[in-house]
Design a protein around this ligand. Structure first.
Ligand code: TRP
Length: 339
């Protein structure tokens, strides 16, 4: 990993079923960032257990996310891929941040309110403190750039607040940087194939609502064929997509996969029936996702190989974060062995 480039950190939770939305919204961007940044891509298994995970499934899902990174084109030698729990710095710094962040700050986190719902008393303490761990993930490396989806901007702001309060409380003005979001453009927001108003999600009970990265060609074809649409043909211009969320989503997927814009897609398909467009979209998905799915399958068939990549990544991540944690411990006033 070259160190003269700015540092990117991002995390993906291993909670099953990676889909097209994860690919276009996050993983593909991770691949592109490799050119301009030194990148740490973390499978955040410690975040995952803030809600119950079956241990065997957690292990598989961790390997699956790592495999997806690699299959999509992240280079685990030039950059770092690892699972969070293998680097103790995350938990160590998170504890300190538990003591820096204020309860009032966490009480404002909308994702906790959404996830805990009406059953707040029964939510884990970890789910509540989750944003502090996320801040630790980033700041344990002094990462400055953080690719995230819109739903994580509030958590990143909290990380900035924590960094600032730490720096101020301990009178170490430049100790932690203020990490910046690298937000995805609007078009990267992929919606459910069954409801254009809902995000494509791994937790949707209908598997027809999403294209999974490990779906085979027949399954992809079936899901696109059954995707919800309206009876009108495709419009000639993007204004015509306004009140048609399902049409807009399918056009958006086509545009994202071809690296063009909705305008360009409509220039080609404006006036076409959905049956024809869906056929083309199916072929495109199969061409773009097929090789990734096949490579993921090949990688996950050899768990020892994936585990070795994660262990290597973790060792290199630890080499970056351990000296930073040592400085943090000094700043806080913890005694540690002299070296
Ligand atoms: N909370 C993020 C999510 O659910 C995952 C995550 C954990 C993360 N730690 C991170 C993202 C650090 C960016 C940086 O999507």
């Amino acid at each position: 990993m070259t160190t003269h480039k700015p540092l990117v950190f991002s995390g993906v939770q291993p909670t099953g079923n990676l889909h097209l939305g994860n690919y276009l919204g996050a993983i593909r961007n991770f691949v592109r960032l490799q050119q301009s940044y030194s990148c740490l891509y973390c499978v955040v298994d410690m975040h995952a257990i803030t809600v119950w995970q079956e241990p065997a499934e957690l292990r598989n899902a961790t390997r699956e996310v790592a495999s997806a990174f690699i299959a999509a084109g992240v280079d685990p030698k030039a950059h770092i891929i690892f699972n969070q729990s293998q680097v103790p710095s995350h938990a160590e710094l998170a504890w300190i941040f538990n003591c820096v962040a204020r309860i009032g700050w966490l009480n404002r986190m909308t994702q906790f309110k959404d996830k805990a719902g009406s059953n707040r008393e029964k939510a884990s303490v970890g789910l509540y403190a989750y944003p502090n761990l996320m801040a630790a993930d980033i700041l344990a490396y002094r990462a400055t750039h953080v690719p995230i989806g819109e739903d994580q901007t509030q958590h990143l702001e909290l990380a900035r607040d924590i960094a600032q309060k730490f720096n101020t409380d301990f009178s170490v003005p430049d100790f932690f940087p203020q990490p910046e979001a690298l937000l995805q453009p609007e078009g990267a927001r992929i919606m459910s194939l069954k409801d254009g108003a809902k995000k494509m999600s791994k937790s949707d009970p209908s598997d027809l609502s999403r294209i999974n990265l490990n779906d085979d060609a027949d399954t992809i074809a079936k899901k696109i064929r059954k995707a919800r649409t309206d009876p009108e043909p495709l419009p000639e211009a993007t204004e015509g997509l306004k009140e048609r969320p399902e049409a807009r989503n399918l056009v958006g997927i086509y545009a994202a996969l071809t690296d063009t814009r909705a305008e360009d897609v409509l220039r080609e398909f404006g006036g076409a029936e959905f049956s024809r467009f869906k056929g083309q979209l199916t072929d495109l998905c199969v061409v773009k996702l097929g090789p990734i799915g096949a490579e993921m399958k090949r990688l996950t068939a050899d768990p020892a190989h994936v585990d070795a990549i994660l262990a290597d990544g973790a060792a290199r991540a630890r080499a970056i974060s351990a000296p930073i944690l040592a400085e943090v411990y000094d700043v806080v006033g913890f005694i540690r062995a002299r070296s």
